[in-house]
Each structure stands twice: as structure tokens, then as C-alpha cells.
Design a protein around this ligand. Sequence first.
Ligand SMILES: C[S@@+](CC[C@H](N)C(=O)[O-])C[C@H]1O[C@@H](n2cnc3c(N)ncnc32)[C@H](O)[C@@H]1O
Ligand code: SF4
Ligand code: SF4
Length: 377
Amino acid sequence: MLARKIKLVADMATKRPKGWRSLLWNSTMAQLRRPGPLMAPVHVSIEPTNACNARCSVCETGKGDMARKTGFLDEHLYKDFINKNGSDISVLLYYFMGEPFMHRSSYDMIRFARDKGIYVETCTNGDFVDPEGVIFSDINKISFQIGGMDQETHGRYRARTRFDKAIANLEELVRIKKKYPASNVEIEVGFIVMRHNEHQVGDFLEWAKRIGIDRANVIDPGVRNMLEAHAYLPKDRKYWFYDEEAFERGILKPKKLPDNECVWIWNSIQLNWDGTAVPCCRDPNGKFPLGNVFEKGLKAVFNGEEATAFRRQILTAQGDVSICKLCSGYGLPELQRAKPTGFVIERHSVNENVIPSHEEAIADAQNTILRDRSGVQ
Ligand SMILES: C[S@@+](CC[C@H](N)C(=O)[O-])C[C@H]1O[C@@H](n2cnc3c(N)ncnc32)[C@H](O)[C@@H]1O
Ligand code: SF4
Ligand code: SF4
């Protein structure tokens, strides 16, 4: 741990990647146990939409349990935000509680951030991915997240998605990436291990190697309560992020809980589609709103009363913060060097007709919430 910190500081002092001053200052403030003032966050996550075609039953969006309004990021507000803050941001995580490629302007919005020298990555269920659009966007990393090796196991958790579509889009992306050697995209596939698919992990790793992706990731499953734990946690406990002994006593908690600290939120911020900031991705329902960055500006929100008070509570009474109870913290965000976009391609093939319109997607989300609240299947 100490060796990693020393290497990090040495790397920053010699290589000086974008954001190094902020990371050094903000992390020092965390170490000194001061809630602020902070320099800009180096790591920003932004939500293109909280609508989704899928119905994953542990996800607030998928199970119709989202307390926030469903909507889509406004492209103009986004571009203005990137214009104002792009020079401070090292990494942009382009997803949160929805399917990023249900936003019709995603490829352009990603490209816009890439043109400002920001490293961009995203995660997707794969159904609506347009492979040529991905190459055009010059995104640095895209992770297709699957729930099994066939429709039966995949669709059990990734309900309402099409295994064959996601795989076809992924394989096409691997194929056309070869045509663009200057493309920066790293292609990952993640496999969320659950009770019903744990027997397929070996097949997954073999397949991932065969199709020539850059990285395969076996993902420990997250659950929100004991009921979900019993339904989804794999039998093989090597995939468990949770404390086994506490589990036997009927308590769900991670193996390690942070102890009045979280250096992650001294360096990063999470933005909902409407610009409202929350501390981190563990707050999908916006329980801890910190202010709207489109209205007040990123630095003002990051150093605002709400954010400072939240960090103060982390330092003094983290045990009382509801969203921290199932989290081990995320450590220090990594600064990434983003190679400039080194090529030009025209994008011809995005077929917007296959993506629901924003209005249809919002109505669909609304129907799921109403159905779930009335108990009708
Ligand atoms: C809410 S999703 C949004 C992005 C996109 N819709 C997707 O699912 O990839 C964010 C991340 O949560 C992951 N995820 C969803 N349910 C999960 C679970 N039960 N355990 C672990 N990761 C999960 C997804 O695979 C994805 O990496
Ligand atoms: S695909 Fe992603 S956003 Fe959609 S329901 Fe599943 S986890 Fe949630
Ligand atoms: S939920 Fe996790 S990442 Fe968020 S503030 Fe708590 S410990 Fe930090």
C-alpha cells in the first residue's frame, strides 16, 4: 500500500499527467482529514440517461425502483460543461444508472470529450451499440457486461436483453477495430457471476480469449439485501465481496468497511443526467444531492456546503451514512494519459430507428415503475 503510494507520487512528479496537481492536493487534504477546500475533481462520472431497455433485478433502474425522474443528458449543457472543465478532468466515466447507448448523441458526446484530451470509458449491456459509432467516438475503453454464455443464463439477470445482439455487436467491434489501427479503443467483456451462471465462468474465459478482446473481467456480484443475496450470490464463495461470517448471522456487509475515510470522493464526483451531483455511484437515487453543476459550476459544487458537509460526515461518522454500509471504498482514482484522437472517419451507419426515442424510453421506464408499485406482472 505504502509502496503504491510512493510510486504514485513519484510518477506524478516526473510524468505530470493531466490533473496531477489536483490529485496531489486533494489526496493530501484527505490524508490530513480536512473536508476542503479542494481543487477540481480529476475523475468525473456522468449519466447519459437513467433509462434502460434491460430489467436487471438488482439495479434500481432495472427493477423500477428509481426515485429520480427518468431523463436524458442535454447535449448542449454537456458540451458547455466539458468546454469549461475539460482541462481539469483526467477521466470521464460515461455511464451511471442506465444504458448509455440509448442516448442518441452518445458517440458525438464521447468524441467531444476525447477531442479535449479526456480519457473516456463506458459500460454497456451491448444491445444498442453501433460498432462504427464506437470507433468514431474514439472512446478509450468500452466494457460489454454480460450475464451468461447463452440467452437462458444471460437473460435471467439481464432480463429483456438479447444475448445474440450484444455478442454480434461486440464481435463486429473487434473486427472493425482492426481496420483502424490508430483507434484508442480498448475492448473489455465483463461477466457478472451469479448463482445461475457460475458454471459458465470457464467457458467465458475461453471464449473471450478466442475472439480477441483486450481484457476479460470476472465480476463479483453486488446485491442490496439478504433476499437478493440468497437469490443471486454464487455457491462458490471466492466470488463473494461480502463477509461470509456476518452472512451466516443474517447480516449483509462487505468483507472490509472503510473506517471514516474515502479518498475516492476527495478526487471524484458523480453527475446525474440533469446535472445534479451526488458523492459517488453508491447513490443511485440521489439521497445526497450536492448541487447542480450545470447551474452552479463544477468547482463551486465540489467545494459547496453540501459536499463539504458530506465529506466531514465521512471523516467523523461514516457508519451513519446509509450508502457506505455496503461499500468498501474505491481508493485513489488513476490518472490516465489519453492519446489524442489520431484519425478521422465519417460515421455512416448509426441506425437510430433501432433505438427507442427519448419519449418512448421515458414512458417505458414509467410503466415499469407503475407495474412494480402495483404488483402487476
Ligand atoms: C447500472 S450499470 C449501467 C451501465 C450499463 N447499463 C450496464 O449494465 O453495463 C453499471 C454497472 O453495474 C454493473 N452491474 C449491474 N448489476 C450488477 C450486479 N448485480 N453486480 C455487479 N455489477 C452489476 C453493470 O454490469 C455495469 O458495469
Ligand atoms: S443494463 Fe445496466 S442500467 Fe440497465 S437494468 Fe441492467 S444494470 Fe441497470
Ligand atoms: S459509498 Fe463508498 S465510495 Fe461512496 S462515500 Fe461511501 S465509502 Fe466512499
